[in-house]
Design a protein around this ligand. Sequence first.
Ligand code: CAA
Length: 246
Amino acid sequence: MNKLALITGSKGGIGSAISSRLVENGYRLIATYYTGNYECAKEWFEEKGFTEEQVRLFEIDVTNTQECHDKLEALQEEEGTFDLVVNNAGITRDGQFKKMAPDAWFDVINTNLNSVYNVTQPLFAAMCEKGNCRIINISSVNGQKGQFGQTNYSAAKAGMIGFTKALAAEGARYGVTANVIAPGYTGTPMVEAMKEEVLDSIKNTIPLRRLAKPEEIAAAVAYLASDDASYITGETVAINGGLYMA
Ligand code: CAA
C-alpha cells in the first residue's frame, strides 16, 4: 500500500518540487491549497500531470485552528493515518521592524508558525499510534541567522526549529521523527519577488554563488522521509550554499 503524506503550500516554489518528488517516490499525497484557490490548484495539478490516485487537492486555511482540527480529523478518518506531514506553507511580509504594521507581523506568524500547530496537532496522536512516521518542517536560513527586514519571518522560522526539537522528543518513543529543513535563498517566486539589487547583493554573499534549486530541497525531504533516515530526529538540515554554517 502507498504511504500517505500531506503537504501544505503544495504548489509554491519549494512545495511543488517536494510534491513531485513524493509522488515519484510512490506516496499518495494530500496537497493542501488555500481557501478559494481551487482554480489555481487544479491548474497546477493538471500541469504536473498527477492522477487522482496520486494527489488529492485539499482546501484548508492553515491559519484557522478550528477548521484545521475539523477538516483534518475527517480527512484522517477517510484516508487513514499519515506517514508523513510536511509543513511547508509560508509567506513573507518583509519590512524594517520600526515600520512593521501589526498585519505584517501576525500574518507571517499565523501562516508560517501557528499553521504548524494547526496542521500537525490533529494528526500527531494517530501517527504515534502507527509508529515509524515523519514530520518535516520547512524553515529557512533566516530562522537560523536572522535577516534585516524579516523580524516576523525569522521569528516564525526559528520557532519552527524549537517546535521540531520538542516534538522530536515526544515522538521518539513511538519512532515518529521530526526534523527541519532550512533552505537558503532558493529559485522560487518568493525570492524572485525581491528587489533585483537586494537579491544580487545577497547572492554575492553566498559562497556557492547561486540560488538553491527547489529540487535540491525536495531531495532532502525525500531522504528524511525515507527509512534510511529513521535514526535522525530533532535535526536541522541546512541547504544554503554555505551562506550560514551553524
Ligand atoms: N543589513 C544592514 N542594513 C541594511 C541591510 C542589511 N542586510 N539591508 C538594508 N539595510 C539598510 C540600507 O543600507 C538602508 O540604509 P540607509 O537608509 O542608511 O541608506 C536601509 O537599511 C533601508 O534599506 P532599503 O532601501 O532596502 O529599505 P526598504 O525599506 O526599501 O526595504 C527591505 C527594506 C524590504 C527589508 C529590503 O531591505 C529587503 O527586501 N531586504 C531583504 C529581505 C530578505 O532577505 N528577504 C528574503 C525574502 S525570500 C525568503 O524569505 C525565503 C527564505 O527563506 C530565504
